[in-house]
Write a protein that binds this ligand. Structure first.
Ligand code: P61
Length: 471
């Protein structure tokens, strides 16, 4: 024992330690089932982590969506639900939280993010129009395509290279956008679809400088910008950290400024906003609001609940305020970074820089002997589960799906396995267990072969596809 020199986290990073700005008052037991049981569970799930039962999972990093721990304030808010069909007081609390935090005056509630994506796509896209965006997101692009639109990727090239250290890999390449405008004409562009941070790219941020330039270009061309604000708070942390003028500026102030360069936003409140279910659309223009507000009653529910119960809206209104607390955002992003730094130190290939909500393992480099048509990222998710009951998610060729025009598989440059960290849920010890499991799988990578797909659903196939081992 005498030779062991324990060191705190702060000491390892050459600074004073800090801790999460909360303490735990309720716990949910978790348990690791045996290796044999895990083999059976993943086989029965068709080697797709979405099809596992959560009772068979030990540490669940499938997603940071709807998996946050709510605060005692939010739980108390649930008891104050006004379940009136129309005009619930919780809606007005929610509306005022969104207006004061994000700055858009008109608010439409939805049951979750894709409900809002549906409304904005139906309201703004004419068949045949183009929607440039900083990398696709599965549900966002599908709703754009179902509305007759054509998504065009205008993110900077660096975003498609996992190893590139660019600090703002979510940035829009304005030359690509200008070239699209020249090619198709500004009138044929429905709007720019801007996400902060960029989920499929590794949780990478957009800089304030980039959104300002984008605003200028779009103003010259008469094009509107709509923001996927799902993880915008985390994006603001990176602005605070990496853009000199914003050092020390509160996250809440940075968020307001960023949103002011856009015309509206849609939100999966299940992420940044710290609730288990919910979403919203908020816009600056009355005409867009009128359209969305009419569509919401067709697809979601009345415009003062949009698919949420009164108590959900109360928890969300409180979550929005908690989400912009600087200490909260720092501990959230730094927990992700802690896991990422351990793996980086051990040489595990992953998207760099480490993003805001997840570690994205680079499955191509991890398994250079498994070609993309044998699903290296899906394979890696399977292996992690077998090793320790750790659940992750494929973000590569299965997620990218097929081109709707040609029906051919899209083979994205990024073939990633995502370890998404729920907010306020796991401790540093859980991160250590996760890191060691990834290392164990990395150390035995030579012994692994790929998968073949045996069932392929038409829409968003990654959720329900089934696989079998090649050997
Ligand atoms: C996720 F495998 N994300 O990351 P909804 N925009 C953005 C999201 O990240 C997002 C939505 C809109 C999820 C859940 C999920 O391919 C998948 O509230 C940037 O989920 O409807 C959701 O918001 C949609 C997992 C969604 C996926 C699609 O885990």
């Amino acid at each position: 024992m005498a030779s062991i020199k324990p060191r705190t986290m702060g000491q390892q990073f050459g600074r004073r330690s800090w801790a999460e700005p909360w303490k735990i008052k309720m716990v949910e037991p978790i348990h690791m089932i045996s290796r044999g049981e895990r083999e059976q569970a993943i086989r029965e799930a068709g080697y797709n982590t979405f099809l596992l039962s959560s009772a068979d999972v030990y540490i669940d990093l499938l997603t940071d969506s709807g998996t946050s721990a709510m605060s005692d304030r939010q739980w108390a808010g649930l008891m104050m639900g006004d379940e009136s069909y129309a005009g619930s007081r919780n809606f007005y609390h929610l509306e005022s939280a969104i207006v004061s935090t994000y700055g858009y005056p008109f608010v439409v509630p939805t049951h979750q993010g894709r409900g809002a994506e549906h409304l904005i796509s139906q309201a703004l896209i004419e068949p045949g129009q183009y929607i440039p965006g900083n990398m696709y997101f599965t549900t966002t692009r599908l709703h754009q395509e179902l509305a007759g639109g054509i998504f065009v990727d205008v993110i900077i090239d660096e975003a498609h290279n996992p190893a590139d250290p660019h600090p703002f890999k979510g940035n829009v390449d304005l030359n690509k956008l200008e070239a699209l405008i020249v090619r198709v004409g500004a009138d044929n562009i429905a709007y720019v679809s801007l996400a902060g941070t960029v989920n499929m790219g590794g949780g990478q941020p957009v800089s304030m400088a980039n959104v300002k330039e984008l605003r200028n270009l779009c103003d010259q061309q008469g094009i509107r910008i709509y923001l996927d604000a799902t993880r915008m708070v985390e994006n603001c942390f990176f602005i605070q950290e990496r853009e000199k003028a914003y050092a020390g500026v509160p996250i809440a102030t940075i968020l307001q400024e960023f949103c002011s360069y856009t015309d509206g936003a849609w939100m999966s409140a299940k992420k940044d906003n710290l609730v288990n279910i919910g979403g919203w659309l908020a816009v600056n223009h009355q005409d867009v609001f009128d359209l969305a507000c009419n569509l919401v009653v067709v697809y979601e529910g009345l415009h003062t609940y949009g698919g949420m119960s009164g108590r959900d809206m109360e928890a969300l209104a409180i979550g929005i305020k908690e989400a912009v607390d600087d200490d909260h955002v720092r501990s959230r992003v730094e927990q992700v970074r802690y896991l990422g730094c351990l793996l980086t130190e051990w040489g595990v290939p992953m998207v760099q820089p480490i993003g805001g909500h997840a570690i994205f393992l680079d499955a191509r480099t991890f398994y250079p002997h498994i070609p993309q048509e044998h699903f290296p990222a899906q394979t890696l998710a399977t292996e992690l589960y077998l090793d320790s009951g750790l659940r992750s998610m494929e973000r590569g060729n299965v997620s990218a799906g097929r081109d709707p025009e040609t029906g051919r598989n899209r083979y994205p440059a990024l073939e990633l396995t995502r370890l998404a960290i729920p907010r306020r849920v796991y401790t540093q010890a859980h991160m250590d267990v996760v890191a060691e499991s990834v290392k164990a799988v990395y150390d035995s990578r030579q012994d692994t072969s790929g998968l073949k797909m045996v069932h392929e659903p038409k829409y968003l196939r990654f959720f329900q596809a089934r696989f079998e081992p090649l050997v």
